[in-house]
Design a protein around this ligand. Sequence first.
Ligand code: HEM
Length: 107
Amino acid sequence: DPALIAAGESVFKKCSACHKVGEDAKNGVGPTLNGVVDGPAAHEEKFKYSKALLDKAEEGLVWDEAALGAFLENPKRYLKGTKMSFPGLKKEEDRTAIIAYLASLPK
Ligand code: HEM
């Protein structure tokens, strides 16, 4: 849905200080997010993740829509000990839109 993806691109302004996407994306405060949807947690080999996220990745966490939605609603509640300092997206429509946007990006 192009309208949903466009809405998600706008929501991504809340993320882009820390996260880059696209061909030339580099890790910053946060890891790049290309291919994150339906991919394994902690996918960026060179990024220094929290122990909390590395432990989840070890357990096999995959960022499917449900997991990503729960994380983005309230990062520190979903993942105690995460380094992601972001209060969360409280509106379900914002979470749905950003997941559609991220899923639309080329891996
Ligand atoms: C991790 C998404 C906002 C900093 C992550 C991950 C996702 C994500 C999916 C996990 C990546 C992986 O497993 O490789 C988002 C989205 C945001 C957002 C969609 C906006 C709605 C922010 C902001 C910051 C930030 C504003 C900085 C203030 C981080 C950091 C991590 C992270 C440091 C690593 C977490 C850890 O190791 O525990 N983010 N993020 N994020 N994000 Fe964000």
